[in-house]
Design a protein around this ligand. Structure first.
Ligand SMILES: *Cc1c(COP(=O)(O)O)cnc(C)c1O
Length: 380
């Protein structure tokens, strides 16, 4: 390994104003899971998403997905459909509820949930006696899923869609923001996401009533009484006012950072333009706009003279550059080994042959030159 600084896949990128909001919290003693920064960050997000939805800031994206299941009434032994090709934060909350995940394969254009396999799964589960209670669809790596086709199937069977937009803040489909398509949607501000609060998340709701319910559940479900009275199980899932201060600062640079991530994607498109057997994930057509949170490639080693995903990863590693295989599908994970799966081998092939490349908005020209050098040397 060389002594040059590590190039990360996606590292936090502060805009400069974050500390001002955090200091305000100290100065006014709002060191609590509520306060002006939480309200301000929620207002910023609401406006960013087009003012059609409400936003409740939470402790993580996983917490948002968990509460979405609770709000949709998912209970023990219910079935919930989930895109298999995703991060475990999408699917673990199904287990938190004691419910059963039913995994569905991806399609090849956006790499997200396949509407055909989705319908096959719904039909078969109904035939077996249980109609799924919800569908979790994910805009993976920032790429919108096939919004119209997926929601058409969900609507036909009257099953609510939980939109996992953890990786897709700033992405849109036909001009509509990701996070506004689902019955409920989750955002994440974890350390590696397009904007970060160090850790955090949010629920996006179509109505003020649903936001109120979400906040109620996220603050231990306290009934209206002078003492502590609980008639429902609550959670401690609200966002801290300190953390929300970082979020307010990050909102000032969100669009700029989306632009820089998209530039990184274009850098890879150009870099691999003449390399046979490497495909960079891009929008299938103009309806789709990805924030390109992570830029990803698919390697066809039959066309690269045998160079495979792993060789590329190791060549980067040698130069102290981080890259990572695509998400390992949930139906292949030990914790979900008994869960049913519908589809073929699309997600499996993506995992076998796909690689995420350094994509941060803070990468420099020097970083890009180091990345380029690895690829040029490997393929010449
Ligand atoms: C990050 C992420 C989550 C979970 O968000 P956290 O804030 O880390 O809990 C869920 N789904 C996807 C697809 C993610 O990338």
């Amino acid at each position: 390994m060389n002594n040059l600084p590590k190039i990360w896949l996606s590292s936090p990128h502060m805009g400069g104003e974050e500390q001002k909001f955090v200091n305000e919290a100290f100065e006014t003693n709002w060191i609590a899971p509520l306060g002006p920064n939480v309200n301000g960050f929620e207002a910023n997000l609401k406006q960013y998403l087009g003012n059609t939805h409400e936003v409740a800031c939470l402790s993580s994206g996983t917490a948002a997905l968990h509460l979405a299941l609770v709000q949709l009434g998912v209970q023990q032994n219910d079935e919930v459909i989930c895109q298999s090709f995703t991060f475990c934060g999408s699917s673990n909350p199904i287990l938190y509820q004691g419910a059963h995940p039913i995994f569905v394969d991806s399609e090849e254009t956006t790499w997200n949930i396949c509407p055909v396999a989705l319908e096959e799964a719904i039909k078969d589960r109904i035939k077996k006696g249980k109609k799924p209670k919800a569908i979790i669809a994910v805009h993976l790596y920032g790429m919108p899923y096939q919004v119209e086709a997926v929601h058409e199937v969900a609507n036909r069977y009257k099953i609510p869609v939980i939109e996992d937009a953890a990786e897709a803040l700033g992405s849109h489909f036909k001009g509509k923001n990701c996070g506004t398509f689902g019955s409920l949607a989750a955002l994440s501000f974890n350390g590696n996401k397009i904007i970060t609060t160090s850790g955090g998340g949010a629920m996006v709701t179509p109505t003020a009533e649903l936001k109120k319910e979400c906040v109620f559940l996220a603050t231990q479900a306290r009934d209206d009484a002078p003492h502590y009275e609980h008639s429902q199980i609550g959670y401690n899932y609200r966002m801290s006012n300190l953390v929300a201060g970082v979020g307010r600062g990050q909102m000032l640079v969100l669009d700029k950072h989306v632009g820089l991530r998209r530039k990184m994607n274009q850098f890879y498109v150009n870099l691999f333009k003449d390399v046979e057997g490497i495909k960079v994930l891009q929008e299938p057509n103009e309806d789709y706009f990805s924030n390109h949170w992570l830029s990803c490639i698919l390697v066809d080693s039959k066309k690269t003279k045998g160079i495979d995903r792993e060789q590329i990863r190791l060549a980067f590693l040698k130069e102290n550059i981080e890259s990572r295989p695509l998400w390992k599908p949930m139906h292949m994970q030990p914790i979900f080994k008994n869960a049913p799966f519908y589809g073929t081998n699309v997600a499996e092939k993506l995992f076998e042959n796909g690689l995420c490349l350094p994509s941060g908005s803070n990468l420099t020209e020097e970083d890009r030159n180091r990345i380029k050098k690895v690829i040029v040397e490997l393929f010449n």
